[in-house]
Design a protein around this ligand. Structure first.
Ligand code: PEP
Ligand code: MN
Length: 363
């Protein structure tokens, strides 16, 4: 289903000349001192235009730090007055919206856990009727572009015309390098469908760790995202939430200085297709590794079984049958015998080595 978003001129709420535009601040507002110290340092960085902080934290389990709520909004108000930075917080329900407006928050954002639920988005959208405030919508936890677009549309239908999307990666059931799989083809497709919608990338929640932030931020710029949201904290290692991924404002300054702004190619179709292919390769590699692991586990079980029954490890006849059968299979699928035999031999060698280890162990 095609749709259009009615959007206001971006320059009404974004500094479109700042490249890259940066939104930064702690994962959570923890104390007045932490908010102010962090904001003061961030205000010295030219690219940082918005100060973010979570004041209501959606936590997986109860009895964890859930944010300071209204009290923290007062700290943000002071930070704004003192530094001139615009403020942004996450809202998850109409009460959050009401309080954020009361304390002069400039921009609202809706978190990944809320975007998955159209009922919640509907309630928030209703509470925003008649309010002129920019709203940024994070991608839902699951890689569902329609759900993301649905949230943007619901807000737009309520009269919110200052909208942006935040790409924070997608929950991935398998362990991977990233805390949340970036699946870049999804935000790229969003940009293709809505060329006037600003899309920011949140490298912090994609990475889950400091060491990957620069790489992801650079990729976001290379893919023509409109800005980045990076979590920063005056004392990251002491952070109450997301400690591993936060950086100091001075580390953020360094990171920004190291980013390269390239010329825009503007060819979204090309980028989208390329990212689709790459994601497919990533998925297949992950599957291949999992299958290899499963195969080796079975090899171990066979080793154990042979040992208990006093049978030798190598059974030549079985091995030569395997080879014939697999090569035939490969030929039918267009995989050359030369290549396949190398892989099969490697797998075989590893299998024998593992079984030998089992034979020589004492239990
Ligand atoms: C956050 O920005 O701190 C946050 C909770 O993000 P997300 O909704 O992307 O998990
Ligand atoms: Mn966070």
């Amino acid at each position: 289903m095609s749709s259009q978003l009615i959007l206001n001129d971006l320059s009404l709420w974004l500094d479109t000349n700042t490249k890259p535009l940066v939104i930064s601040g702690p994962c959570s507002a923890e104390s007045e001192e932490q908010v102010l110290e962090t904001a003061r340092e961030l205000a010295k960085i030219e690219n940082v235009k918005f100060f973010r902080a979570g004041v209501w934290k959606p936590r997986t389990r109860p009895n964890m730090f859930e944010g300071h709520g209204e009290e923290a909004l007062k700290w943000l108000q002071i930070a704004k007055q003192e530094t001139g930075l615009k403020t942004t917080v996450e809202v998850g329900n109409p009460q959050h919206v009401e309080l954020s407006l009361k304390y002069g928050i400039d921009v609202l954002w809706i978190g990944a856990r809320t975007v998955v639920n159209p009922f919640s988005i509907h309630e928030i959208a209703e509470s925003l009727k008649g309010v002129d405030i920019p709203v940024m919508v994070k991608n839902p936890l699951n890689p569902d572009l329609s759900l993301w677009i649905g949230a943007l549309e619901r807000l737009n239908h309520s009269g919110i015309t200052k909208l942006a999307a935040i790409h924070r990666g997608f929950d991935f059931f398998k362990k991977s390098t990233f805390r949340n799989a970036p699946m870049w083809e999804i935000p790229i497709e969003l940009k293709r469908l809505f060329p006037h919608l600003p899309v920011f990338t949140d490298p912090s929640h994609i990475a889950g760790k400091r060491s990957l932030l620069t790489e992801i931020a650079q990729k976001a710029l290379d893919l023509e995202m409109d800005g980045i949201m990076i979590e920063s904290h005056w004392q990251p290692e002491k952070a109450l939430t997301d400690a591993k991924q936060q950086i100091t404002p001075s580390a953020l300054n360094e990171l920004i200085k190291n980013l390269i702004l390239r010329e825009r190619s503007g060819d979204f179709n090309f980028e989208t297709k390329l990212e689709e292919y790459r994601s497919e390769i990533d998925r297949l590699d992950a599957e291949m590794i999992e299958i290899l692991a499963r195969r080796l586990n079975i090899v171990d079980a066979i080793g154990q079984y042979k040992k208990e029954n006093n049978i030798t490890i190598l059974q030549l006849k079985r091995w030569s049958n395997i080879i014939q059968e697999r090569l035939e299979n490969g030929r039918n699928l267009g995989v050359s015998s030369d290549f396949l035999i190398k892989i099969l031999e490697l797998v075989h060698r590893e299998s024998i080595a593992r079984q030998a280890k089992i034979f020589h162990s004492r239990d």
